[in-house]
Design a protein around this ligand. Structure first.
Ligand SMILES: Nc1ncnc2c1ncn2[C@@H]1O[C@H](COP(=O)(O)OP(=O)(O)OP(=O)(O)O)[C@@H](O)[C@H]1O
Ligand SMILES: [Mg+2]
Length: 371
């Protein structure tokens, strides 16, 4: 039995292995009722969809933001399914020229849902073309170059754009303003993850008791993608060990093998905290310096590891850089030195984690000190 995840990929990364990817797709809820948790977003979204059905029009454009693996792609697919509309999928990095976007837009059919993943990574000219398309369902196709260039207007059928981003703070205001509805996805509670797991176990025909669900959910980092992934690892482990009914003991024995600790921290999370504490004496240290110390891209540290560490109260983002809290030292089995404790800012947690994540004041202003 081998672990199909490449050793250096964070646990939350989308599945790389084709079989894993197929299972991930099979476990995706297909309608809003099966979509667990995110009550607020679900309620608001269902209202938006219902209203557009009643008006007989395509739904308002929807922006979904939040850390990886919380259900943005899943929701985009659900929106198309609920609207009974075809779905077209592309992503910011795939659209480097305005022409790439024009090709997609001009082939949309009436009412189609266009899902643009990682929308914050689209090129500037494409972005500007998108403004007009979103607002007026029209684009100007530029033909020729220099003084002889002419703009040929092209009418588009009404469509619904669903944009997804892990970095709402990076979206330019004019783009953000053109979405009729913005949903920010939050980490899931352990109870919600247990529901995700129960549903997945049923679909995978596994026998798992309640204590085992709780054990797996508790280690899933508030993230359904991780919950499902750990469940599959537990299933593999049970298969190899000839276990039919999975209990908490087998679940935790299986999960210990995958470097997910009892608080749900994975290898990347722990290496961020370890670097922060052992190399920078708990900080403050700037994002890019910290990222170099763990051998990752700053964006990965910022969007994959940090949101969860902030939520767990182990990492703080101060104007002077990242710091490890007393909880982080404790989690690594270390004691925070008196001198470090004395230097900790008092108002570290006066800002709610939600405000640090996704909002404009959050990610990017914090990233500035060392850039
Ligand atoms: N609310 C939910 N209920 C049940 N399962 C969910 C839910 N949200 C996500 N999942 C499961 O988690 C997996 C990952 O979700 P999804 O691909 O939608 O995340 P994402 O937010 O698009 O991540 P990324 O930012 O990496 O693209 C899906 O395969 C789906 O099965
Ligand atoms: Mg996605």
């Amino acid at each position: 039995m081998t672990d199909p995840q490449p050793q250096d990929a964070p646990l939350v990364a989308p599945a790389a292995d084709p079989e894993d990817r197929a299972i991930e797709a099979a476990l995706r809820p297909k309608n809003l009722d099966d979509f667990v948790g995110q009550k607020r977003v679900r309620r608001q979204l269902s209202l938006v969809l219902e209203a557009s059905r009643l008006r007989g029009r395509s739904a308002d454009h929807v922006l979904l933001s939040g850390p990886p693996g919380l259900g943005k792609t899943t929701l985009a697919m659900i929106i198309a399914a609920e609207m009974n509309a075809p779905l077209r999928i592309s992503s910011g990095p795939a659209i480097q020229h305005a022409g790439d976007l024009a090709a997609i837009l001009s082939s949309l059919t009436d009412g189609e849902v266009l899902f643009l993943d990682e929308i914050h990574r689209m090129s500037r000219p494409a972005e500007e073309m998108l403004y007009m398309a979103m607002e007026d369902f029209r684009v100007d196709i530029i033909v020729g170059k220099g003084p002889g260039a002419t703009a040929i207007p092209l009418e588009l059928p009404p469509f619904t754009l669903v944009g997804a981003t892990t970095r709402a703070g990076l979206l330019p205001g004019p783009l953000r303003d053109r979405f009729g509805f913005t949903g920010h996805l939050e980490f899931y509670s352990t109870e919600e993850l247990e529901l995700v797991l129960r549903r997945s176990a049923m679909l995978m025909d596994m026998k798992v008791n309640s204590a085992a669900f709780a054990e797996i959910a508790g280690r899933s980092r508030g993230t359904p993608r991780i919950a499902n992934r750990l469940l599959r690892r537990v299933r593999d482990w049970a298969l190899v060990h000839g276990i039919d009914l999975i209990d908490a003991r087998s679940a935790s024995a299986a999960l210990d093998m995958y470097e997910v600790d009892a608080r749900g921290l994975d290898r990347l999370d722990r290496s961020v905290l370890t670097a922060l504490i052992t190399k920078f004496n708990g900080g403050p240290v700037g994002l890019s310096t910290l990222a170099i110390a763990v051998g990752e891209e700053p964006e990965t540290v910022e969007t994959v590891a940090e949101p969860y560490l902030v939520r767990e109260g182990m990492l703080g983002r101060t104007p002077r850089g990242r710091i490890a809290t007393a909880a982080a030292w404790r989690h690594l089995g270390l004691e925070m030195p008196e001198t470090v404790a004395a230097a900790m800012p008092e108002d570290l947690f006066s800002v709610a984690p939600e405000d640090l994540l996704g909002s404009e004041s959050g990610l990017d202003s914090w990233a500035r000190p060392d850039s």
